[in-house]
Ligand binder design. Sequence first.
Ligand code: ADP
Length: 162
Amino acid sequence: MPQRIAIYPGSFDPMTNGHFDIVQRCASGFDKIIVAVAMNPAKKPLFTVQERVEIIRKTVKDMDNVETHTFEGLTVEYARKVGANYLLRGLRAISDFESELQMAMVNRKLAPEVVTFFVMPDARFFFVSSTMIKDIYRLGGPVDCYLPEPAFQALGRKLGPV
Ligand code: ADP
């Protein structure tokens, strides 16, 4: 049986409990999940890729079949490079649907052998995004309930205590 390898690509700036929920939900369905941190400076991330990788690695440290790496360029090319036939995406509110559908269709055209799986997080995380968390933190609001501990610590180091 070939290994069932999935990539879970994204910016993860930083990983939220919504992202982590998706990884946990999917972990038993695959031999290996690679959380793939996109190197896309155009997005002007708060954390460097290395910082983002470190946050994720600390968060998933107890999960034997989850690895974290960086990638550049086309997601499906990266999937091919690591032998992944599955691509995971989290689907939140309806607003995610249109752009995710478009991306999934383009990826299918580029690499028909790579299947995109959409997974919904726990309802608590339906409206959680890395961007919103950073904004709330900057304004002094509580965000610890939306972030894994390593992400919360890193946010404090980066933006200072509030
Ligand atoms: P991107 O820049 O590719 O959108 P993100 O880091 O924002 O990267 O998200 C990576 C993936 O995780 C996407 O599929 C996104 O829809 C999903 N995601 C983001 N936030 C959540 C959340 N709160 N619950 C579930 N999935 C999420």
